[in-house]
Design a binder for this molecule. Structure first.
Ligand code: HEC
Length: 133
């Protein structure tokens, strides 16, 4: 056989390109996958998407919260009178066609919404900033 390298043999360069694209692919996939097992940080999600209206602690006592009339999510009496299902529904659907409160259907799965209610809202306390511990 011809010991000389066949100029048409691209296997070496193809190999390089293959490794390179594998690395690029890995770099592209890894950040998303690394987050998956633990799931979304819902306390962080709250501080980024809900605190503006409901307050850093959930009590809606800040200027913005008061102006927007966000519900005081830390109010024990209100919390007793409402159900997880109702809160989940509101977070998924929003209020008044998304004008008073936006729908978060696109940002949260139903499991995430459920967890946001039981692990974040149900545990919020007046004066305790959510996502800061
Ligand atoms: C643009 C402002 C705004 C944003 C952002 C917002 N809300 Fe609301 N939210 C409101 C308003 C206004 C109400 C209605 C208050 C009322 O009826 O007294 C409300 C009500 C609620 C209620 C009570 C629903 C009920 O049963 O009466 C829950 C729970 C709630 N919001 C959770 C959230 C969560 C969780 C987020 C973030 C993922 C969020 N909200 C983001 C404005 C907002």
């Amino acid at each position: 056989m011809n010991p000389q390298r066949n100029p048409l043999d691209f296997s070496r360069t193809a190999g390089c390109a293959g490794i390179l694209s594998a690395l690029l692919l890995a770099a592209w996939i890894t950040p998303a996958q690394a987050q998956e097992p633990a799931g979304k940080d819902l306390r962080l999600f709250y501080s980024q998407h809900c605190a503006g209206c409901h307050g850093a602690d959930g009590a809606a006592q800040g200027a913005a919260g008061k102006k927007l009339k966000g519900q005081d999510l830390t109010d024990p009496a209100w919390r007793k009178g409402t159900s997880d299902e109702k809160m989940v529904k509101v977070i998924q659907k929003g209020i008044f066609f998304g004008l008073a409160m936006p729908s978060f259907k696109k940002d949260l799965t139903s499991t995430e919404t459920q967890r946001l209610v039981t692990e974040v809202i149900r545990k919020s306390e007046k004066g305790k900033v959510i996502g800061k511990d």
